[in-house]
Design a binder for this molecule. Structure first.
Ligand code: PMP
Length: 444
């Protein structure tokens, strides 16, 4: 009888992986709180702490009783209905809650919510909204986007088109990705000088001015670029993007799919910069990582212009839009945030990661160690051997998923100081072990 891992290898794709099954795979036997019980291909069981929150999403932990109960309540009512011509309590409650949470200022408020079925789709909707807004405003030539290098916004075609042009997937689909405009990356938060920020502003300003009559919007991840490199930059740069957008009649789209709901230390990274975007994307932690759901929020003005002129409607409507189970999960997750101590949790995780990852700086192979909010990053000189580092971390009781030259953690908010200590120590040990293994390979 083949094992589950063998059956998986015969039938399934995994994210960014070949079908050949060359990469290691673990079976999840149980997930509870911060812990995962994994079985490897030899049948060995490993108890590990999940330092990834399942890709930034499971902020309240696995089998959270409040989350479980909310979904079960909705399940006993109804699981799904189409959203065309119908509505339901979980969706309306979620829209109201989200709109009350996000940053606002007197002259710019987010007032309308599109419930999408994944982060990438919420970005597609944001880009569509921006183009439809410009067309409805009498500027149909504005169909391109300005963004900053090093970004990541999703895997669908329009979203891929605003991902980093070198590290993204542009080279794989050269004929299909829209030609957008890429400004330099802002200076790193840790080393940015006022002069470097001004130089960067001038470069972005120049690109915006030269192409403004073709541009619909600026899109960026505020403060922290996630999958594009775990790179954090000064809040002031987000303010600069807002000013440049306003100056040239562009909308500002902020993608907070990774940063939203407290991860960087504020409820939204945009709030750290005191910026209100015209369009905001959220996802991932929105449902506490229980079900797939994202949202695109826009200002009343964007909604009115798109609705009243030209097409007269926002041209998007997925089958599973506003899935009631997902909305119930989101309402429960946002309720836990509202009633809980996420600020204290994020500060505790930050302190634990800062102290626990510091020893990695001693390693020759490590070029930087940084933290922001509940995110900790070890940056290496060279690309990480992902299978080796992942295996080593599992042996040390930690689940991580490195990419490129980065080994990073963004633990669930419920992680105790002791949990974070184990995660950080496991990451440092895994990096140390993998570097030694590499040296031996070179030496041998
Ligand atoms: N934007 C950002 C900033 C993200 O981090 C991600 C996912 N890593 C996405 C968009 C795409 O979200 P999804 O994977 O849910 O489509």
């Amino acid at each position: 009888m083949p094992s589950l891992i063998e059956r998986d290898r015969a039938t399934l794709w995994h994210p960014y992986a070949p079908a050949s099954g060359a990469l290691p795979l673990w079976e999840v036997e149980a997930a509870d709180g911060v812990a995962l019980r994994l079985r490897d291909h030899d049948g060995r069981v490993h108890e590990v702490l999940d330092a990834m929150s399942s890709w930034w999403a499971v902020i309240h932990g696995y089998r959270n009783p409040v989350m479980d109960a909310a979904i079960q309540r909705q399940l006993s009512s109804f699981s799904h209905v189409m959203f065309g011509g119908l509505t339901h309590q979980p969706a309306v409650e979620l829209a109201e809650t989200l709109l009350a949470m996000v940053p606002l200022e007197p002259e710019r408020r987010l007032e309308r919510v599109f419930l999408a079925d994944s982060g990438s789709i919420s970005v597609e909707v944001a880009l569509k909204l921006a183009v439809q807004f410009q067309t409805a405003s009498g500027r149909p030539g504005r169909q391109r986007f300005l963004t900053i290098r090093g970004g990541y916004h999703g895997d669908t075609f329009a979203a891929m088109g605003v991902c980093d042009p070198v590290d993204g997937m542009h080279s794989a689909f050269p004929g299909l990705l829209a030609s957008n405009i890429f400004a330099p990356r802002p200076p790193a938060a840790a080393t940015a000088t006022a002069e470097a920020i001004q130089e960067w502003r001038a470069a972005v300003e120049d690109l915006a001015r030269r192409s403004s009559n073709e541009l619909a919007a600026i899109i960026a991840e505020p403060i922290l670029q996630g999958a594009g490199g775990m790179f954090n930059y000064p809040a002031e740069c987000v303010t600069i993007l807002r000013e440049i957008a306003d100056h040239h009649g562009l909308l500002l789209i902020l993608d907070e799919i990774a940063t939203g709901f407290g991860r960087t230390g504020e409820l939204f990274a945009a709030g750290q910069a005191g910026v209100v975007p015209d369009i905001l994307c959220v996802g991932k932690a929105l449902t506490g990582g229980y079900l797939t759901l994202a949202a695109t929020l826009c200002t009343g003005e964007v909604a009115r212009v798109v609705s009243n002129r030209a097409a007269g409607a926002l041209l998007h409507g997925p089958t599973f839009m506003a899935n009631p189970l997902a909305c119930a999960a989101a309402n429960a997750s946002l309720g836990i945030l509202r009633d809980g101590n996420w600020r204290v949790d994020v500060a505790r995780i930050n302190a634990g990661l800062t102290a626990g990852l510091a020893p990695a700086m001693e390693l020759d192979a490590v070029t930087d160690v940084r933290t922001i909010g509940a995110v900790g990053v070890i940056e290496l000189r060279d690309a990480v051997h992902v299978p080796a580092v992942t295996r080593a971390a599992v042996e040390h009781g930690v689940w991580v998923r490195p990419f490129r030259n980065l080994v990073y953690a963004m633990p669930p908010y419920i992680s105790s100081a002791a949990d974070v200590g184990v995660m950080a120590a496991g990451m440092v040990a895994a990096v140390t072990g993998a570097v030694h293994a590499n040296n031996q390979t070179v030496a041998g």
